[in-house]
Write a protein that binds this ligand. Sequence first.
Ligand SMILES: Cc1cc2nc3c(=O)[nH]c(=O)nc-3n(C[C@H](O)[C@H](O)[C@H](O)COP(=O)(O)OP(=O)(O)OC[C@H]3O[C@@H](n4cnc5c(N)ncnc54)[C@H](O)[C@@H]3O)c2cc1C
Length: 1162
Amino acid sequence: GIVMSMYALLRNQPEPTVEEIEDAFQGMGLEAGFCGNSLQISLRESNGNSPNCCMDQKKDHKQVTLSPSLFNPEEFMPLDPTQEPIFPPELLRLKDIPQKQLRFEGERVTWIQASALNELLDLKAQHPEAKLVVGNTEIGIEMKFKNQLFPVIICPTWIPELNSVEHGLEGISFGAACPLNSVEKTLLDAVAKLPTQKTEVFRGVLQQLRWFAGKQVKSVACIGGNIITASPISDLNPVFMASGTKLTIVSRGTRRTVRMDHTFFPGYRKTLLGPEEILLSIEIPYSREVRFFLSIQAGLPQEDDIAKVTCGMRVLFQPGTTQVKELALCYGGMADRTISALRTTLLSGRFWNEKLLQDVCAGLVEELPLSPDAPGGMIGVPAHPHPQLLLQVLPDSKCGKLDPTYSSATLLFHKDPPANIQLFQEVPKGQSEEDMVGRPLPHLAAALQASGEAVYCDDIPRYENELFLRLVISTRAHAKIKSSEGARLCLLSLADDIPGSNETGLFNDETVFAKDKVTCVGHVIGAVVADTPEHAQRATHGVKVTYEDLPAIITIEDAIKNNSFYGSELKIEKGDLKKGFSEADNVVSGELYIGGQEHFYLETHCAIAVPKGEAGEMELFVSTQNTMNTQSFVAKMLGVPVNRILVRVKRMGGGFGGKETRGIVMTVAVALAAYKTGYPVRCMLDRDEDMLITGGRHPFLARYKVLDETGDKDSGILGYPLTFIMERALLHMDNSYKIPNVRGTGRLCKTNLPSNTAFRGFGGPQALFIAEHWMSDVAVTCGLPAEEVRRKNLYREGDLTHFNQRLEGFNLPRCWDECLKSSQYHARKSEVDKFNKENCWKKRGLCIIPTKFGISFTVPFLNQAGALIHVYTDGSVLVSHGGTEMGQGLHTKMVQVASRALKIPTSKIYISETSTNTVPNTSPTAASVSTDIYGQAVYEACQTILQRLEPFKRKNPSGSWEDWVIFSLFYPRTPNLGYSFETNSGNAFHYFTYGVACSEVEIDCLTGDHKNLRTDIVMDVGSSLNPAIDIGQVEGAFVQGLGLFTLEELHYSPEGSLHTRGPSTYKIPAFGSIPTEFRVSLLRDCPNKKAIYASKAVGEPPLFLGASIFFAIKDAIRAARAQHTDNNTKELFRLDSPATPEKIRNACVDKFTTLPDDCTTW
Ligand SMILES: Cc1cc2nc3c(=O)[nH]c(=O)nc-3n(C[C@H](O)[C@H](O)[C@H](O)COP(=O)(O)OP(=O)(O)OC[C@H]3O[C@@H](n4cnc5c(N)ncnc54)[C@H](O)[C@@H]3O)c2cc1C
């Protein structure tokens, strides 16, 4: 999508501006690992400036010595215009051929393309139930994801009347099929040409369209489609309703024009249109007599998104006064349809002042109460976002004296050009040109991925006779299965069909298929196999399961109340806690919730199983990080030895831990179906299924008690399983601080939600976050600057951690000092304070936090790896190792290692795939250790080859690779590992990776939105094997972290059903989430003697640094609260993660969130 957006832009606009580039990328979700670099590359490509051009624009920054660029634009393939695909001439010719009706008959649907208005109206009269489809952005989704069937679809896009644009006396009239981008363009032209007072409504519509979907959607979605969809969260309908937009509605022989008002949407997704009627045109009025017309969206979790609440406001004053003649406030996201606040706006005759604003807010709270299932979901946000709209009218409305700091209410976040800097250490002078270690070698599959040629699991061509599988899943959180009956023509695989064992999972505590009982919504009960994915999907709807509900435990609080835990308490204790607390001046205690996180890899889980027809052999192509477990779980389910099962992984489209174990719920079903039918079977989960079934990051509830700035601490962490997650959490509860007396206990809660799983950081980020939370509370309580308290409490070289591991090569203070300096922290802190004094409704926050992340699997035996190297007679080398490639660049780094070890160019080395028949018994590709352990395995395999070559080399020093074919296999093991929770001794980790981030944000106190202004990161990754990949990992992990702590929120119903099952409801970071200034620097001169070529692991450690954005937001909220609560800077307040707009808005306590008692409500 990103590549094609860039391509489309360059084709239409060969010399785009920075703004046009940003617009082209707007709203695209960023799979972590893909952020600053990509935007920067596009900018550089487009303007051809020097790689560091962006930073030149900032005059106030000190000059930094820059490393060479991560890439050399001169090495890019030159543009060859002759290779441009041409627009198909056949289609061009079509436009000159007279159009006549087209009809396509499908299996279940008839599609009719009407060529004239009369024909369309006749068709609609014949088929009143038929749907009109223009952009199909709504109907398409209803058919694919909501299983709706529309047997007759009529397409009106050829009809001139539905595409016309007319500038009339009262407004501009658009044919209902006009795409939104052409509406936008027409309105922009009108705004440029017409007097300002005439275009206020147009500007209101444009304000909505500014954030409406991406270019692709706006190019096809039509204005009429948005209205008739009647979505309660439509961004345009509140504006149309508030402005009194006119709609012309026709049917065969009838025509009427209505003004859109509160009667137009009589119910949920209903309009006033009769079955035979269609919407012909929409007239958006000029704002002739209206004094103000404004629109606003609030709770935009990111750019270009459906807002949580949208509001359109029209206010008319008595000429020359501030006396209100008419007020209209229309909302989306506050009810099951677009509504107008009719009672609250009965204000005629009152004067526009702060009292009126407060009364309106109070009235709205009463008139428009938000139910917990309100579509926008700004639950608990009273009067939101009305104050901002109302305040926007203030400065200009002759209201008398206005506090100048109030003007910040009217300012929208503006965009600055992005400025990214990446600093790293150059390779030493004299390093051979062919030695690629330490150089920013591009990801070896980057070009294939960009061009779409890279083969992912579902790209493997279909086999003959291949079948498709869909899972049948539980719709209940906890229930007995009373009966199930299903699609007769298809195969319904239930537990009884399993030849081997129905028991599965890491701890044999799960089932392949639920037998008698389901334990969560999404529990796999069975599967249906059919000849096409569509038939399989349809057949699943024929499967009827009846349940008898049992009591369900949904939340951590429920689990605590019901004593529902896995295993016993896990604990780490050091020092004398009692003594520590008895000597303390201050004791800080609190509770904190950290929500879970969905992996949101671009490629959902996918598997293909191919039965081999003899001796129980089966070959599986799977998108998995864990070939060994996939192999052994399938073998166990089929009841065959593991050696009959071959698992192959070419690459994954992202994993982040999500493909470590949970894919198995689908893969075993696919294997079973292949076994039973004897045919190849394929399944790729849809996004909603993937989100529902395969789990994510574990949410945590933490309770802590800490004393003053020495940070002695007693903390309790409650989360969901796995034990390993809780172990890592307890091992990271110190973050980077020396705590003399500490006790941490953890319990694993057992609930009726789908099992959670590994996710980048594996319990670490949650514990680090808790540590930073109490650390900032300690600073506030002590009245000291947070950065000072943090710096003072950092460990020192040689200190013992709370789990008694000695810290050697402790580079964190270096990272801290460098980050503090390069971010100009102190100067910027003063600027932030000044900004906050001058702005009442916008606040800035600045925060610097460290991270220390332990590198190793905490289960010692997993720290092993294997590699197999083939040298072929043409001199080419095939490297196989146990690690899987998921975009993180592991294969690229392994090629670099082999290249240096064998002293041959990287071009001679290739990695094709990971498979269980080349390297068996592998650990999952996880815990950031893969480069370390597979790098070592590849290195040692290379050494064996070199040793074997040695005699031949001696005999014939000019001999070539072509003389030998060798393979070798090694199992090195990380030395001196093995921490014991019982004795609190032994090394938990091989070493640590350190980093520090300093982030600045600006929040809008009235809407809760925030903008990431700048982030500086200094990361110690040892001597980087590949700065391009390592910086990519730092940026990607940081962005995924900011998603975790500020954007991504999973919502479950009280019955345990996941509401957030796709990108429309679950918000991952987009391009606009990247801090406007994003500077990443790899610490120099810090070789790590414990890993391959002195490098360090990088995958997980930077993720936590995303929390610097959270704590900067908290800092900004503190400034807002201080202003509105008698400047009490020592007040502690709770802010759970993620810091979503509603949480930010609610935390900014002010006169609109706490309305005075004497407010008049209606
Ligand atoms: C990725 C994505 C992002 C989106 N972002 C936003 C957003 O930010 N804000 C927002 O408000 N919406 C958003 N939407 C929703 C959707 O795009 C809009 O509602 C869009 O305007 C629908 O137009 P369409 O042409 O695709 O409608 P279609 O799917 O073709 O039709 C939608 C409905 O309108 C009816 N219809 C269409 N034309 C007529 C007519 N002339 N007369 C009678 N009935 C008619 C159809 O029968 C159907 O019921 C988004 C959708 C997607 C997929």
